[in-house]
Design a protein around this ligand. Structure first.
Ligand code: 4NP
Length: 162
């Protein structure tokens, strides 16, 4: 079955938060039996880390919860705003940058990952890059919670698929 819906996760560098969002949400989709219907990818606002694997600290924290981070960093491209249905940023600055980069009349909807939180009431997924271990754990806590809400959102959009 061809994927009927495409989601792009975006953070600043595409080495910490958005690769983790991709891995956590892939796991969420697999557990819900929906991995074939939804295509997911991730990208960065900046291309500074282009070609790099995810940050080693983020990989380690994710692995402790059973997630493998496999994506390679790349910057977002103008064509992504037509290729994807939903572009999901991690913080308010990501959203401002995404709106600035989105070409006029693109079809993607832009939203923020924490919009989908169901149990936690966070406003952003904070950048963990310059902080310690607690920041990486917080990223994963928020992504796991928001992934549940995002799954529910998709199930309501694609009722015939579930
Ligand atoms: P991310 O974290 O946006 O979650 O991938 C960062 C990675 C790199 C940098 C900043 C944030 N940096 O400044 O290089």
């Amino acid at each position: 079955m061809n994927p009927s819906y495409k989601i792009l996760f975006v953070c600043l560098g595409n080495i910490c938060r958005s690769p983790s969002a991709e891995a956590v949400f892939r796991d969420t989709l697999q557990k819900a039996g929906m991995a074939q219907q939804i295509e997911i990818d991730s990208a960065g606002i900046i291309g500074y880390h282009e070609g790099e694997a995810a940050d080693a600290r983020m990989q380690r924290h994710a692995a402790q919860r059973g997630y493998r981070l496999t994506s390679i960093s790349r910057p977002i491209r103008a064509t992504d705003f037509d290729r994807f249905d939903l572009v999901i940023g991690m913080d308010d600055q990501n959203l401002r940058d995404l709106r600035r980069k989105m070409p006029p009349r693109s079809r993607a909807k832009i939203c923020k990952m924490t919009d989908f939180c169901v149990h936690r009431s966070a406003h952003e997924v904070p950048d963990p890059y310059y902080g310690g271990a607690a920041g990486f754990e917080q990223v994963l806590d928020l992504l796991e919670d928001a992934s549940q809400g995002l799954l529910q959102h998709l199930q309501s959009l694609l009722p015939s698929e579930v």
